[in-house]
Structure formats: structure tokens, C-alpha cells
Design a protein around this ligand. Sequence first.
Ligand code: ZN
Length: 137
Amino acid sequence: MALLPILEFPDDRLRTVAKPVERIDADLQRLIDDMFETMYAAPGVGLAATQIDYHFQLIVIDVSEEKNERLVLINPRIVETEGSQTCQEGCLSVPTIFADVTRAERVVAEALDRNGELRRIDASGLLAVCIQHEMDH
Ligand code: ZN
């Protein structure tokens, strides 16, 4: 595994619009492992592929205390939202800056997992914030 460099604001590459992932293969799974390692080392709770200069719709998240609940979202879309919450958010691409952001309190997302299986994720609280934040990338 390897640590990947994280692009930082105002790098123009952070504005690149991510395309859908077309193939889930061993190379992509290796990249997913590297993204987790990079995110844990940062340290952070979420990382979008755009942030490591890979412009496809791929997100890794782990909001657990023990760092043992890996969540991979490939080509995610939000299918349901509910309520609102305001949370102080940071971003690995904008180090040291934290800002209050208002988002849905609960989201239901559909995404492929690392094996290409379609999964439905019902998230609230921090996980919901994190999914919405990473999808903004
Ligand atoms: Zn971010």
C-alpha cells in the first residue's frame, strides 16, 4: 500500500468533475486500499478520489472511533434526504479551515461497493454529513 498526495486548495484539479467509474478491477481495489491508508494517516474520516487527482466517482469513508468500519462508495447518488443539521466541517484539501455547513440530517445513498455490488446506505448524523461532503468533491 502507499500514501497518496492529497491535492490542496486552490489547486485547479480539485474543480475537475468526476466521471462515473466504469470498471471495478484489481487496480481500482488497490487504489481504494491506498485511499484508506492515506485518509487514516491524514488523519481524516472521508476522502474523495478527486482529492488524490483521480477524477472518478469514488469515495472512501470511515467515521468509526476504532477505524474499522470501511465504507466504499462508487458512483454514489442520494435517493432520499430528510431534515437538516449544521455541523462544523473540515476538509483534507483545505487544512486548518473549519466552517459551519448546513446539510440534510439523514440521507439514503445508493452506490456500488468495492466488489461492484449495489448497496443502499441509510445514514444520519456524522456519516450523513460525510457522505454529502465527499459527494460535493
Ligand atoms: Zn473535503
